[in-house]
Design a protein. Structure first.
Length: 113
């Protein structure tokens, strides 16, 4: 599998292979690239950002407090589609605690007063 490392501005071109039970990463120039290549190969993770409705009108931006498995992104978004919050909303307010039991919260990233 070929990929571009996104952990620093170098943008190393990684090649990741499975050699028996060992994940082998080549093309990285630092340890962060090695870790990124292995993680992306074994279990790609992403931060999810979206919008939720505000009952008094408008929307507020939200994101996951940490990364979730890439395969769960649409499940997380599905949880958000029917959420409606009331003002006031402050940056960091937890909108959904431990979404899908993944160990991350959905938090507000904008103030709505």
């Amino acid at each position: 599998m070929k990929m571009t490392c996104i952990n620093c501005p170098m943008g190393c071109q990684l090649e990741v292979k499975l050699n028996g039970k060992e994940v082998v990463v080549t093309g990285n120039t630092c340890a962060r690239g090695l870790a990124y290549g292995k993680q992306e190969f074994l279990l790609p993770m992403r931060t999810v950002t979206s919008l939720v409705k505000v009952r008094q009108g408008g929307v507020v931006s939200v994101k996951t407090s940490g990364q979730v498995p890439k395969s769960k992104i649409f499940d997380v978004l599905d949880q958000l589609k029917n959420i409606v919050v009331d003002k006031p909303v402050k940056i960091g307010d937890v909108i959904i605690k431990d979404v899908l039991g993944l160990g991350v919260d959905i938090v507000a990233t904008k103030n709505m007063i």
